[in-house]
Design a protein around this ligand. Structure first.
Ligand SMILES: [Zn+2]
Ligand SMILES: [Zn+2]
Length: 406
């Protein structure tokens, strides 16, 4: 087995491209890595795959191998004699690939780097979240240095070619590992991949090319946002370096609670308190809406606690659309916690009526008695129906009296 052809080990043709070889290695190494493959020969196979890859991934070694075979690349086995039992020398499975492939930014020399994203929070009132608002946020962000225009050198001083990498921004580095020696191309550390060296750094930014500045940014927050959402202002974050684009500014929204509205997605929920007489008899109510107008709302008779009613289109605008959610009215029927003497009498009378006992003989159930007690402004159209003789009326008349009393 150790004498097997490297191309055969990776399962690639002799004219395979570097990319083919890299891909084949990755696939095979995944397949035979001892952490995953518990077959007895997996470890040997893995060793072989690495050996093959070390040679075939290196242009020079590959040429030598093509001409002279394993003798040309000093093989035997680069892994021989190494403490191969301990795969842990590489840490985890991910690390093993990082050490082979490097991370792309380290290899590439001068890499444009995008600026950082920034976060800012704004607090909106309930109404502002519904209808949108303009805000000014103050942020501190990295911008191009004004003194050197982002170049990093003191204006008028020369910028030299890096002598370490001769301007390429990259250097080749040989590394020894348990699999043998291999060569990596990494960013030049002298010039940090730029290929050039500043002789006199900018006195303002000390060569960084960027400086922190305070800025006030106008933010248009659209109607329909809710707590936890954020508005993205593309390019309003930190400026990038080496030609990289700017980051974004994210403005996150926090919405204050409302005194009597709640938000549920694009619906607005309003809890309408009703006493039990109003719920039983029905009542006309005037309710507020988020638009600032008041709506007349007819509570039907026999409304049960928790009954929802819907006012279409009186809710929150959908983001990026001109549709609106609904307003939901929840009937909150409240049982009185304490009663005055009159209310107690009426409810006791009601209780008797519910029990089929009929009105108390001592009490006149007709409307005349009520109208004497009551100021005329609340006259109801239902009253004339509550004639004492009408068979269905006593209960209704009683409820009306309870309604007035509560
Ligand atoms: Zn350099
Ligand atoms: Zn500067």
């Amino acid at each position: 087995m150790p004498d097997q052809d490297y191309y055969a080990v990776l399962g690639v043709a002799r004219n395979a491209s570097d990319e083919d070889i890299r891909r084949a290695f990755r696939r095979k190494a995944m397949e035979y890595h001892p952490d995953r493959n518990k077959n007895a020969d997996a470890e040997d196979k893995f060793k072989e795959i690495n050996e093959a890859y070390q040679v075939l991934s290196d242009t020079q070694k590959r040429a030598q191998y093509d001409r002279f075979g394993k003798a040309g690349v000093g093989a035997g086995s680069p892994g021989a004699g190494s403490p191969f039992d301990g795969f842990d020398v590489f840490g985890g499975f991910g690390d093993i690939f990082d050490s082979f492939f490097g991370d792309a930014s380290a290899r590439g020399g001068r890499q444009p780097r995008r600026g950082g994203d920034l976060q800012q929070k704004v607090t909106l009132t309930f109404e502002e979240a519904v209808f949108g608002a303009d805000r000014e946020v103050e942020i501190t962000r990295l911008e191009h240095c004004q003194h050197c225009s982002g170049a990093g050198n003191e204006p008028g001083t020369p910028v030299d070619t890096c002598s370490t990498c001769r301007g390429s921004g990259q250097v080749r580095r040989s590394q020894r590992s348990v699999f043998g020696q291999f060569t990596q191309v990494v960013g030049c550390t002298t010039c940090r991949g730029r290929g050039s060296v500043i002789t006199a750094p900018c006195t303002k930014c000390r060569g960084a090319g960027r400086e922190r500045r305070k800025r006030k940014i106008e933010v248009r927050i659209p109607g329909g946002v809710d707590s936890g959402m954020q508005v993205r202002l593309s390019g309003d974050g930190d400026v990038g370096s080496d030609g990289g684009g700017s980051g974004n500014l994210y403005v996150s929204v926090e919405v204050q609670e409302h005194a009597f509205f709640q938000r549920e997605g694009t619906d607005i929920v309003y809890t309408l308190p009703l006493n039990l007489a109003e719920a039983a008899l029905g009542v006309d109510k005037v309710i507020p809406t988020i638009d600032g107008f008041e709506e007349e709302f007819k509570v039907p008779q026999g409304t049960q606690p928790g009954t929802p009613f819907t006012l279409r289109g009186k809710g929150v605008p959908h983001l990026n659309s001109n549709r609106r959610g609904d307003m939901r009215i929840l009937a909150d029927v409240r049982v009185p916690a304490s009663l005055n003497g009159h209310q107690r009498e009426l409810l006791e009378e009601l209780a008797r009526s519910f029990n089929g006992e009929g009105p108390s003989p001592k009490r006149s159930p007709n409307g005349r008695k009520r109208s004497k007690k009551r100021p005329g402004k609340e006259s109801q159209s239902k009253e004339p129906q509550s004639e004492p003789s009408a068979p269905e009326s006593p209960e209704k008349g009683l409820f009306d009296r309870i309604k007035d009393a509560l």
